[in-house]
Design a protein around this ligand. Sequence first.
Ligand SMILES: [Zn+2]
Length: 465
Amino acid sequence: MKARTRFWLLCILALIVFPFSSVTAQESGPVYVVQPGDTLTAIALIFGTTVEALVVANNIDDPSLLIPGMELIIPGYEEISGVLTIREIGYGETLSSLSFRYGVPSESLAHLNRVISPGRIYAGQPLILVETESDIPALLKDSLLLPRIGESKLELAVRTGTSPWSLTTLSQTEIRMWVVPGIPLVVPGGGQWAGALPHPILSVEVEPLPAVQGRTTVVRLELNQPGWVEGHLEDRRLNFFPLDSHQWVALQGIHALADPGLYDLEVQLYTSEGGEMTFAFSQPVRVREGGYGFETINGVPAETIDPGVVEPEEEMVASLLSPATPQRYWEDAFQFPSDYYTDSFVSVFGTRRSYNYGAYHYYHTGLDFYGSGVPILTPSPGRVVFTGSLAVRGNATYIDHGWGVYSGYFHQSEIYVSEGDFVDTGQVIGKVGGTGRSTGPHLHWEIWVGGVPVDPLEWVEKVFP
Ligand SMILES: [Zn+2]
């Protein structure tokens, strides 16, 4: 064969073996599983790419045909492999702890999420994460698995619901576990567990996350060793109480008119009550809107919307309801304080209110029930801390349920209890009337948590904490 012919044959062969790369789909990179309702434009926006790049990387013929469950390679992140998921991160999670948990470099997570300030990752923030097929067991991805002082591998296995076998397997793979308090997990290369909540806090749970306007937030702390816990949500001091020697819990209402956004949640650990502070950690938590409506109420007595009357009464009530009794009197969900309700309420919690054609400066701080002269029933055990006649509330009763939780009953026609009385679930404490700021007889029922009124319905629907 002549040299020239051989040259052309080689050229043709080369084209067969190495086709033009521009028409082939990309083969590496992270994968996103298409969800119902997704569009290419939305996916491109989430992952900081373009529709054109997605079309090329995935060899898509018809961009309008996007089937849920379809796997798309996301271009631009060739250094990452695995399935991309989006979830709201928990309190105490940082880019480095997520990097460890998901087995993905924190630079890659920062790149994926276009995070500029890794220090400002907030609890409740939706982040793009990567589920890899690494050997890290699911339990490590789901929780901070940290041993307590003196806890053996077997005890740790029992407490965390895993098997001693899987913990042994763990120690033989990429992660070695040391049953030494404070240095719970050591990765090869000498790098230590990079969670933002080090020894001696095992975990901090914030529920719900994001927190919601007008709802009760539960902050739960699990400790590695006995200690004393304090905390603040922005400038409001949290009422932490121990459940046992290792678990602490605080209940805090989020104001119904609080601006949606980020609020700093700080936890501090002391050796004992009044002792030395050993640890402090702060991270912003997101508060979202409660989705409340608007209503107009006209014809209430003028003095009940006079700031000179309203403000002193609000201050008196706020100071009455600010102490947190260390004893918790309730064990179950609260009951409705009235048998007289059908499936609707006169007015629900959180509604923005205008009185007598005024501006929407007010909001409804409780739940209203129909009925005139019907009995008012104690929803849960507690101690009566106030009975009396107030301009706005009319004849009112407040009950302390412990742990900073109080309930209030307004517009009563009759009051049957006195300050200091201990009342039990179902006990009749008075009768429904129309006294105070009211346009007709009804029962207004409130629940306050940590000095803030919250939606009473959630206290009927679930058992706190
Ligand atoms: Zn009301």
